[in-house]
Design a protein around this ligand. Structure first.
Ligand code: PLP
Ligand code: COI
Length: 340
């Protein structure tokens, strides 16, 4: 086995041994297949290539303190992929097939699950694409469901350290009645240009505003956004953001720790009233935000960390979430699926 420096992993692709695939043809899903190829043969007129008829998911498996492998909130990701599929008229993957496929691909690549204590995990990437040929803009009649896995470290190079983000008023990620609430590739294509500009200016991400009024906070390119004020956890309510499973989990953790949780529209100017800010998601986990700059209004900034350290509440939430995922803290919510 090639030697992997587990503690030094970044969030990038590494080849693993196997992926699993399943095909939808003639109105039904076939058998789950195992492949060791990194490539997919695909019709040149497939709808995923031309019209973005595709959706993906992201979840993680963790090697726990007790040596057991835990997969976090598998059922929630299965449901969200169905909601994405329905939104862009794809054949939804049955929940049981999704679960069976995740368990199988993790088991087959068990040697790539990072050891406990390295802070790394196995990222699981389910993908559903329209493979049927179309030239007119119509849904396909054939689909491929595929899952690959890859061991990953932190999404933001800093790890659990504050990074800066930028509000960029010249860009939108998702339209109010568009596809922002589901995990389809087009949302990410729409975020590439603003994301690149943000990175060129040393920001870890863009914090998007609502596309209609440019008044309220939506979310970041790859993660949801939250704020802390005293004992209160506040996160944007919006029809054009992805319903983050991490955020949903953090809200439950926050409540269990005695915090008050609010999901509501948050006007940009309100940023000045908060003590802490953070991004959250499967890849981002909880990433504290140090400062938010209003990129098009030089001099307008909101500072959350003065000493380069995460805030106390962010840290408590992070430790509790990680603790549950790594089996250090009792999973009283029943979020983990343990691999046999
Ligand atoms: N928002 C966007 C745009 C994302 O891509 C992600 C990542 O999946 C999230 C939020 C976080 O969602 P989750 O916590 O379910 O991973
Ligand atoms: C995730 O957190 O799983 C994501 O999909 C975010 C990003 C890598 C697109």
């Amino acid at each position: 086995m090639e030697s992997i420096n587990w503690s030094d992993l970044s969030f990038s692709y590494m080849k693993t041994d196997y992926n699993v695939r399943c095909y939808y043809r003639d109105g039904k899903w076939g058998e789950l297949e195992v492949s060791s190829s990194e490539y997919v043969p695909i019709h040149m007129a497939a709808t995923c290539l031309h019209y973005g008829q595709e959706a993906f998911e992201g979840l993680k498996a963790f090697r726990g303190v007790d040596g057991k492998v835990r997969i976090f909130r598998l059922d929630e990701n299965a449901k969200r992929m169905q909601s994405s599929a329905n939104c862009v008229l794809m054949a939804p993957v049955p929940e049981e097939l999704f679960k069976q496929a995740v368990l199988k691909v993790v088991k087959l690549n068990e040697r790539f699950i990072p050891p406990y204590g390295t802070g790394a995990s196995l990222y699981i990437r389910p993908l559903l694409v329209g493979t049927g040929a179309r030239v007119g803009v119509n849904p396909a009649d054939e689909y491929m469901f595929l899952i690959f896995v890859t061991p990953v470290g932190p999404y933001f190079k800093a790890g659990f350290k504050p990074t800066n983000v930028a509000i960029m008023r010249g860009f939108d990620r998702a339209a109010p009645l568009g596809t922002g609430h589901v995990k389809v590739g087009g949302n990410y294509a729409a975020s590439l240009r603003s994301g690149a500009l943000a990175h060129e200016n040393n920001y870890s991400a863009v914090l998007y505003l609502d596309a209609k009024e440019k008044k309220y906070l939506d979310e970041c390119g790859p993660a949801n956004f939250f704020l802390i004020k005293g004992n209160k956890y506040v996160t944007p309510a919006s029809g054009s953001i992805l319903p983050s499973i991490t955020n949903k989990s953090i809200m439950q953790i926050a409540e269990s720790l005695g915090l008050e949780v609010e999901r509501r529209r948050i006007a940009v100017e309100e940023l000045a009233n908060f003590d802490e800010a953070g991004e959250c998601g499967t890849a981002a986990v909880i990433s504290p935000v140090g400062r938010i700059d209003d990129f098009d209004n030089p001099g307008v900034s909101y500072v959350f960390s003065h000493d380069g350290q995460p805030g106390k509440v962010c840290e408590k939430l992070y430790k509790t979430l990680r603790g549950i995922q790594y089996g250090e803290i009792e999973d009283k919510f029943g979020w983990n699926t343990i691999l046999d």
